[in-house]
Design a protein around this ligand. Structure first.
Ligand SMILES: Cc1cc2nc3c(=O)[nH]c(=O)nc-3n(C[C@H](O)[C@H](O)[C@H](O)COP(=O)(O)OP(=O)(O)OC[C@H]3O[C@@H](n4cnc5c(N)ncnc54)[C@H](O)[C@@H]3O)c2cc1C
Length: 451
């Protein structure tokens, strides 16, 4: 017997991955619904990439004003208005929410507001209503992890920081991942006194060691104080601020504690286990190379799976599922050489292998690296250095990694990523004419191996 369902495809979560999947399936004429319990656009648009980048731009102006003086500008003392920034951001994000809603509408996707859960492998429950679907895509993303110490209710996460009513003067950022590094840099640039606490001894684990060291040193020069090898014991709210008791070092008194200790999949109450969907340690949904879960007609994409938790990756996984499901073209997402950036100040961007990874993979590795003061800072007088590093497979000359720390690193590494992905060699980099004078020209001018 051929079952009929309410929908051909039901997508849970209208974030980066979910919206793309729903929209593509809708455009193919499929009957599609997408459920969302917060805001259309998901983490990236509302509480992630976009507000973060807007605030990082805002934060950078402090230095731009200072640097302008070295170029002959007389700059009156700049004043920053937090509420104005928040308001401008809210307006821009409302515009983006509108675009996302229109995209779904134009693809004839039914948008259902509410928290969805699986009642059985083909039935989705939202409130008192139930819907059936032939195929399901789980694209619920992640949520910030919460700490387990006394006084945790006094802390905030990246979910709240962009809309704080009042700009905090003293902030403790806890966490050495990309969100911690970015938020510390942003709040520091906007004028808060920042401490960054991390349990390890160097931030940005997983990135190239030279790049990590360089970012940490440059952030320290800009005033971020690091408390490394340290964790919070408890927090007490007192009249003069939050008293933070730490595993080492003196008591800290701050206005806000921002926890950026990681994120985990938003799978609570989703009914996955009852529906037969297998989950790995840490709550990640287990998928095969086509993003298929242990239930063949249920797929999972984006941050709720343990792959690369980035917006373009979630979108790519969505596109691949639609190819596989509806275009008779089974497509595996490609997670190789994904370029990524940390929008700290200065920014770090990377593609391909770190030196450590390359040394584990290849018998012979050649490293090219350079640290230099960019032209701008000869006149600005700012003591900031750029780091650029190429990791080369010594056997065939292929550039297998590009790492850069500097204001324009994300813009430059995005372009370099094409060369890495295409498997170009160091010789081909060398054959490329420089654009002079730029920071990026160093990419094609490094001649002497460092190691
Ligand atoms: C502070 C921050 C900065 C970031 N910066 C960057 C960056 O610069 N570049 C980058 O590439 N990535 C960045 N990311 C990561 C990026 O936001 C995620 O990788 C991306 O949003 C993942 O998309 P997704 O579709 O998996 O999930 P999400 O975008 O999180 O969407 C999931 C949606 O599902 C909804 N949902 C969850 N459960 C249910 C349910 N039961 N029923 C209905 N709806 C539900 C959620 O409300 C959410 O809207 C950042 C993340 C954060 C937190």
């Amino acid at each position: 017997m051929h079952m009929t369902y309410d929908f051909d495809l039901f997508v849970i979560g209208a974030g980066s991955g979910g919206v793309r999947a729903a929209r593509l399936a809708g455009a193919l004429g499929k009957k599609v619904a997408v459920a969302e319990n917060w805001t259309v656009g998901g983490t990236c648009v509302n509480r992630g990439c976009i507000p973060k980048k807007l605030y990082a731009i805002a934060a950078h102006y402090r230095e731009d004003f200072e640097d302008a003086k070295g170029f002959g500008w007389k700059v009156p003392t700049p004043k920053f208005d937090w509420n104005k920034l928040v308001k401008a951001k809210v307006k821009e994000i409302a515009r983006l929410n509108g675009i996302y809603a229109d995209v779904l509408k134009n693809a004839k996707v039914r948008f259902i507001k509410g928290t969805a859960s699986l009642a059985d492998p083909h039935t989705i429950k939202i409130g008192r209503k139930s819907y059936t679907a032939e195929n399901i895509i789980v694209a619920v993303g992640g949520r910030p992890s919460h700490p387990a110490f006394e006084g945790r209710e006094h802390t905030i996460t990246s979910d709240e920081v962009f809309d704080l009513k009042k700009f905090p003067k003293r902030v403790l950022v806890v966490g050495g991942g990309y969100i911690g590094a970015e938020m510390a840099s942003i709040l520091n640039g906007l004028g808060a006194k920042i401490s960054l606490m991390y349990r390890g001894d160097r931030i940005l684990k997983g990135f190239d060691d030279d790049a990590r060291r360089h970012v940490q040193e440059e952030m320290a020069k800009k005033g971020v104080r690091f408390r490394l090898g340290c964790t919070i014991k408890k927090i007490e709210k007192k009249r003069d601020g939050l008293h933070v008791f730490c595993s080492k070092g003196p008591l800290m008194i701050v206005d806000q504690v921002l926890m950026a200790i990681g994120r985990k999949p938003a799978i609570d109450g989703l009914g996955l286990i009852q529906a037969g969907v297998e989950i790995a340690h840490g709550g990640y949904i287990i998928v095969d190379e086509h993003s298929r879960t242990s239930v063949p007609h249920i797929f999972a994409i984006g941050d709720c799976t343990e792959r690369l938790n980035l917006t373009p990756v979630a979108i790519h996984e969505a596109v691949c599922v639609i190819e596989t499901l509806y275009k008779n073209n089974p497509t595996m997402p490609d997670h190789r050489d994904v370029a990524t950036a940390v929008f700290s100040a200065p920014a770090l961007a990377a593609v391909g292998f770190t030196e450590e990874e390359a040394r584990k993979t290849y018998d012979k590795v050649t490293i090219y690296k350079t640290r230099f003061r960019p032209l701008k800072h000869t006149l600005s007088g700012r003591d900031e250095r750029v780091l650029m590093k190429l990791v080369v497979n010594g056997e065939n000359g292929q550039v297998v990694g590009v790492h850069m720390v500097g204001a324009e690193a994300p813009e430059i590494v995005q372009a370099a990523a094409i060369a890495v992905k295409a498997g170009l060699t160091k010789e081909q980099f060398d054959d490329t004419m420089a654009i002079h004078p730029t920071t990026a020209e160093e990419l094609v001018l490094m001649r002497t191996p460092a190691a």
